[in-house]
Design a protein around this ligand. Structure first.
Ligand code: PMP
Length: 410
C-alpha cells in the first residue's frame, strides 16, 4: 500500500527515467490481455524462431549436465565454446581471432549493453541509423551516452549512406552501430556499401563500429552476408562484431551470445561480467559449442521455410491498397510503409494520427498485432514477423485487409 506523501522505497535511480520498457514486452502484455478476454489474436510480432532447438544441441546440453559441467566457468567462456566461436568467426571473416579477442555473454543483448557500459562516458555519442533495433538507444542512454538517430531513406533501402554518416559524426562520436541484416527492415549491406562506409570511417580513427550480425545466418541472398571486417580488414582493431545462437539455431531461451573485437574491450567486458553475472550458463555454453561446431543442416532447412513464408507475407501485404512492404534480404521481418493510411478515419470516426493508432486499429478490428514503426525510430511504418506458420500469416493478411477496408479517407 502506498501512503500519501511518502515516497516508495527504495527510490529509483535517476537513470531509470532514461529508459523505457521494450515495446515488444509492452505488445506482449496487450496480446496476453486480449487472449485472456477470449478474443482471437494473430501476432505478427514474434521476435524469435518458431522452430525447436535442434536435437543434437539439446543432446549436447543434456550430456554436459550428466558430465557435471554445471559449475562456474571463466567469464569469457569454456575452452570448447571459445574454440567453436573462433573457428566460426574465421570461416566467416577469413581471419583468425585470438583467444583474448572473444567475449561471451548471456545473449548478444548483454554483450551490446556491456560494450556500452565499458566504453561510454557522459555525453559520448553513438550513431544509430534508423530504422533501428528497439534496444540500442535505451542501452546507450542508460550507460550515460547520447544516441544520435540518423534516419535512413526508403530509396536507399533504409540503409545508412556515407553522406549521412559523414554528416552525423562529431568530436564526441564514439561508436557507429551497424546492424546487418537489419531488424526491422531485413536490409543487408552489400560489400560495396560497407566499403563506402569504411572509406568515411578511415577518416575518423577514433570511431569504433559495433556490428550486430545476429541475423546473418537467416539470409536469402546467394552469397553469405558480408561483414565489415572482411571488406575493410584494416578497421578490424576497432570493430566489435556481435553475434549469438538465438536466431540461427532457435536458441533464444538459452541466452548465449558471443562477440569478437579489441582485446582491451573484451577484457573489460569480462571484468564487468565477473562482477555481475560471473559467466553465462555452463550448460548453454556446451549447447552453443555443439550448435556452432556441429551439423548445419538446421540452418539450411529453416531458411528454406522462412523464404517461403517471406513470399506469402510480402505478396499478401503488397496486394493491400495503402501498404508498401519491403522484401527483406535477411532476418524474419517485413518492414512496411503504411504512411498513406495515416490521417484516415475509423468507422467510429476516430482519426488515425500515428502508426501506433494504426496498430491499435488493426488489433481492435481484426486481432492482428504488428509493431508500430515509431518504436524503431521511423514513424509511418510497421514491422510484421514471419516467424510463424504460413496459414496464420494468410489469416493475418486477410485481417489486415479487412481492417484497412474499414478506414475512410475523407
Ligand atoms: N540484436 C538484434 C538486432 C536483435 O533483434 C536481437 C534479438 N531480438 C538481439 C540483438 C539480441 O539477441 P540475443 O537473444 O542473442 O540477446
Amino acid at each position: 500500500m502506498t501512503v500519501p506523501g511518502i515516497r516508495p522505497q527504495p527510490e529509483l535511480a535517476e537513470r531509470m527515467s532514461w529508459v523505457k520498457e521494450s515495446p515488444s514486452s509492452r505488445v506482449a502484455d496487450r496480446v496476453r490481455a486480449f487472449r485472456a478476454a477470449g478474443k482471437p489474436v494473430l501476432p505478427l510480432t514474434i521476435g524469435e524462431p518458431d522452430f525447436d532447438t535442434p536435437e543434437h544441441v539439446k543432446d549436447a546440453a543434456i550430456a554436459a549436465i550428466r558430465a557435471g559441467e554445471t559449475k562456474y566457468t571463466s567469464a569469457n567462456g569454456t575452452p570448447a565454446l571459445q574454440s567453436a566461436i573462433r573457428a566460426r568467426l574465421e570461416r566467416k571473416t577469413g581471419r583468425p581471432y585470438g583467444p583474448g579477442e572473444i567475449a561471451v555473454g548471456g545473449g548478444a543483448k548483454q554483450l551490446i549493453f556491456l560494450a556500452f557500459l565499458a566504453t561510454l562516458d557522459a555525453g559520448d555519442e553513438v550513431i544509430v541509423p534508423a530504422p533501428h533495433w528497439v534496444s540500442y538507444p535505451d542501452m546507450v542512454a542508460l550507460n550515460g551516452g547520447r544516441p544520435v538517430l540518423v534516419p535512413a531513406a526508403a530509396d536507399t533501402g533504409y540503409k545508412l549512406t556515407p553522406e549521412l554518416l559523414r554528416a552525423a559524426v562529431t568530436d564526441r562520436t564514439k561508436w557507429l552501430v551497424l546492424n546487418t541484416p537489419n531488424n526491422p527492415t531485413g536490409a543487408v549491406y552489400s560489400k560495396a556499401e560497407l566499403a563506402a562506409l569504411a572509406e568515411v570511417l578511415r577518416g575518423h580513427p577514433r570511431i569504433s563500429v559495433l556490428c550486430d550480425e545476429i541475423y546473418d545466418e537467416i539470409n536469402f541472398g546467394a552469397e553469405p552476408v558480408p561483414s565489415l571486417v572482411s571488406v575493410a580488414p584494416e578497421l578490424r582493431e576497432r570493430v566489435f562484431l556481435v553475434n549469438g545462437v538465438s536466431k540461427a539455431y532457435a536458441m533464444t531461451g538459452w541466452r548465449l551470445g558471443y562477440a569478437a573485437g579489441p582485446a582491451a574491450l573484451c577484457a573489460a567486458i569480462s571484468t564487468l561480467q565477473s562482477q555481475s553475472s560471473s559467466c553465462p550458463s555452463s550448460v548453454s555454453q556446451a549447447a552453443a559449442a555443439a550448435a556452432l561446431d556441429g551439423d548445419q543442416t538446421f540452418i539450411r532447412e529453416t531458411v528454406a521455410v522462412y523464404a517461403e513464408r517471406r513470399e506469402v507475407l510480402v505478396s499478401g501485404l503488397a496486394a493491400i491498397d495503402g501498404l508498401r512492404p519491403v522484401r527483406p534480404d535477411g532476418g524474419f521481418y517485413v518492414w512496411t510503409d503504411a504512411a498513406r493510411l495515416i490521417g484516415a478515419r475509423t468507422s467510429g470516426g476516430t482519426r488515425i494520427t500515428t502508426d501506433a493508432d494504426l496498430a491499435e486499429h488493426f488489433l481492435e478490428t481484426s486481432g492482428v498485432v504488428v509493431i508500430a514503426g515509431d518504436s524503431y525510430g521511423c514513424p509511418g511504418h510497421f514491422r510484421a514477423s514471419f516467424a510463424l506458420d504460413s496459414e496464420t500469416i494468410r489469416k493475418a493478411i486477410a485481417g489486415l485487409a479487412a481492417s484497412i477496408s474499414k478506414l475512410r479517407f475523407r
